[in-house]
Design a protein around this ligand. Structure first.
Ligand code: GSH
Length: 212
């Protein structure tokens, strides 16, 4: 199995966490987003969107991190990334989607490049843009976490799952861009708990072969 990814890509980071949580071995294939390797003919043949990550499995190419996460979950049952009851599963998926659908796409590299290059946003405006969407999403997530009776030490229950696969990379990105996280104590606590776990350490951007 080959994971085409970039150390600082949040969507790639999600997949690395899931694979490490399930203890699944994979080959790391770096795709440098800064030198636009993701737009090379070779990579576009793998992923027509020219986005990271992609997972190559027995001649099949999987794209879109939410679909890859679900495939991993369905292929390796233990430890589960989703709870058992359908209502609980929907809650965890909603937390993951809040990040994957409503925060991350607004702060993606191509969006930041567009607001800089085509809409003349200066570095301060870009930082405000990034902080605005992370803060709005985290405000809602913090309320969801407070309203989750089965929360335990994680987003849901007593083990990390699909929600943490999306949350921890988003917190990494928030810290990288200097977003104030003090209004989000539940998110900070979950991040601190996860950061100490071996799977999250192994998946961390700084610990990848292409980290600079
Ligand atoms: N919905 C896609 C989004 C993938 C995506 O946007 N990946 C980013 C890295 S985190 C990327 O390749 N960005 C390159 C660009 O924006 O040019 C997924 O979840 O896999």
């Amino acid at each position: 199995m080959k994971l085409f990814n970039y150390y600082r890509s949040g969507t790639s980071h999600r997949i690395r966490i899931a694979l490490h949580l399930k203890d699944v071995k994979y080959e790391y294939v770096p795709v440098n987003l800064l030198t636009r390797e993701h737009k090379s003919e070779e990579y576009l043949a793998i992923n027509p969107q020219g986005l990271a990550p992609s997972l190559s499995v027995d001649g099949h190419i999987l794209t879109q991190s939410p679909a890859i996460l679900e495939w991993i979950e369905e292929t390796w049952l233990n430890p589960p990334l989703l709870p058992v009851a359908p209502l609980d599963r929907a809650r965890v998926r909603a937390m993951a989607a809040l990040i994957a659908c409503d925060i991350h796409p607004l702060n993606n590299l191509r969006v930041l490049n567009a607001i800089k290059g085509e809409f003349d946003a200066d570095p301060k405006a870009v930082s405000r843009w990034i902080a605005q969407w992370i803060t709005a999403g985290f405000e809602a997530l913090e309320k969801m976490l407070d309203g989750t009776p089965k929360r335990g030490g994680f987003c849901f229950g007593n083990a990390p799952g699909l929600a943490e696969c999306c949350l921890i990379p988003q917190v990494y990105s928030a810290k990288r861009f200097g977003v104030d996280l003090t209004p989000f104590p539940a998110i900070i606590a979950i991040d601190q708990t996860c950061t100490a776990l071996p799977a999250f350490i192994a998946a961390h951007p700084d610990n990848q072969p292409d980290a600079v």
